[in-house]
Ligand binder design. Sequence first.
Ligand code: MEV
Length: 342
Amino acid sequence: MVTASAPGKVYLFGEHAVVYGEPAVPVAVERRARVTVEERDDDRVRVEAEDLSVEGLVVEYEGDLAGATEAATPERRAEAATRYVGEAIAQARDAADRPEAGLDVRVESDIPLGAGLGSSAAVSVATVAAGVRALGTDLDRPEVADRAYRVEHTVQSGGASRSDTFCSTMGGAVRVEGDDCTALSTPDLPFVVGFDGGGGDTGELVAGVRELRDRYEFAADTVHAIGDLVRRGVVALEAGDHGELGRLMDVDHGLLSALGVSARSLDAMVWAAREAGAHGAKLTGAGGGGCVVALDDSRATLRALELTPECEAAFRAPVAEEGVRIETESETEDGSTPEGEP
Ligand code: MEV
């Protein structure tokens, strides 16, 4: 039996544009998904999920997951989360060359679902890491990141970048541009997160931006403008220049709004943070609802968000320096314990 955990993330800059090859900078934060995988002695897969917006979701299937979730889960975001787990198990079975292996999978997460904090990437990364290890195989971090990316790519019908999964695997701040993924050194980043209690459907939001970009040249230009902004943002990040980072976060939020992915609740929280004196604030992730991230080392933004009617929860989100990790592991059937990363 193996338990792996992986962190969520906020986007300092670049969500959505990264899907079209522009650079992005996500930063891992200390909220984790924990996935426990144990091999069964038949060929069934049983997924049990806690804290995924539904009470005690259980899905059991043979073969592939399609159809099983439809019957079992009325709540769409929970259904989507279960699809990520199912695809991640398929990746783990494939990596271990054990396509028929039966597995019990238990998912626990303190990352709100579909809210822009990288819940699906963290669940995918932790499931791949725990799954391969439970099947007696090891993957290094880039391989875990790549397998988890394939999970998102499949579930999001091709509308996924390597950004969330690479960040969750490596931890800290990373820069992603197409297939080029690098870790950045992370200065102190005093993130404050505001959560409206809801979230969006990443696949639908990505499809909406794609449609806009295909229809209007100015939308394609907006995507390029986000890329330019991110390049400047990397320089500001390396210089530890909070003032410039905040200004660029504000502009990024405006550009994302122009692409149609903000929401009234997100705008209300962004303005509350700005008026409280935050260096800057923006939505994080796919948008449509969910979370905003602000940069503020005082208590003012946290207080202002707590008092904002649209904000259900506000919290500090310290940077998670460590990405995916094996939390606990009991011996395999032949008595050995696999070695190596992660
Ligand atoms: C979702 O967290 C971020 C998006 O850019 C999609 C992706 O990069 O896969 C909207």
